[in-house]
Design a protein around this ligand. Structure first.
Ligand code: SF4
Ligand code: SF4
Length: 234
């Protein structure tokens, strides 16, 4: 029997050192184009970087700042001194105690680890939904797709696609767009019956161990089914 996977979480040190204080020009280019500037009163990327280089990492970690930062990377792109702002703000998320991660982010990350998708949709319900929707799509009055069905666990398919769990949970019609494309292109494709989640919340919650496990599972699905192309729409 396979050994159960264990998660080892680690608090990572910041990728920025106090010496960076001499590198940052305090020019403010990072803040001027940042979509999150001002969302938390008193915070912007320049201030957060300055706080960190002056040794106030914990204040930044405990603040709301790292969680309103969208991790878009624009600040890092425009910084004339090459300060690793994006990496640093994500490191702040990693350093937050897991039970203090805001909102449902860590809950979804843990759920994905336990049940293979962020919302804990049971396998039977998922497969029933795909079969039911296949019939609906096949017999659609306006744009019928004769012979259509969602190919689950099809070995040797060219494409394997992941799914955002919010779709089977509450917006199932959104899956149909991809199905129509595959049908029109006569593509050989498939969906895995397990570990099919396409949104890796470990990236956003700062849970690197879980993020890696989810990536490995998705890749393992592709390997197991001998698919050449992995589509990760999210
Ligand atoms: S853009 Fe770079 S150099 Fe300018 S304030 Fe921001 S971190 Fe400092
Ligand atoms: S990565 Fe965060 S701090 Fe940088 S520009 Fe985007 S939202 Fe602002």
């Amino acid at each position: 029997m396979d050994e159960p996977i264990k998660i080892t979480r680690q608090k990572r040190l910041f990728d920025i050192s106090p010496e960076m204080a001499n590198v940052c020009l305090t020019c403010g280019a990072c803040s001027s184009g940042c979509p999150a500037t001002g969302l938390v009163p008193g915070w912007d990327p320049r201030k957060a970087i300055r706080a960190i280089v002056l040794g106030m990492e914990q204040e930044v970690v405990d603040s709301k700042w790292p969680w309103v930062c969208t991790l878009c990377g624009r600040c890092q792109y425009v910084c004339p001194m090459g300060v690793l702002l994006l990496k640093t703000f994500r490191a702040c998320r990693i350093a937050r105690d897991r039970d203090k991660v805001p909102g449902p982010l860590q809950k979804g990350t843990d759920m994905c680890f336990e049940r293979g998708n962020n919302l804990g949709i049971p396998k039977d319900d998922f497969l029933f939904l795909l079969a039911d929707m296949s019939t609906e799509v096949e017999e659609d009055e306006e744009t019928p797709m004769p012979g259509f069905h969602v190919p689950v666990d099809k070995e040797g398919a060219n494409v394997i696609i992941t799914i955002n769990s919010k779709e089977p949970f509450g917006e199932p019609d959104d899956m149909i767009f991809w199905w129509k494309i595959f049908y029109a292109a006569k593509e050989s494709w498939t969906v895995s019956s397990e570990n099919w989640e396409g949104v890796n919340w470990g990236l956003f919650s700062g849970d690197d161990a879980n993020m890696k496990i989810q990536c490995e599972r998705v890749l393992e699905n592709a390997r197991r089914l001998k698919c050449k192309t992995l589509v990760y729409p999210e």
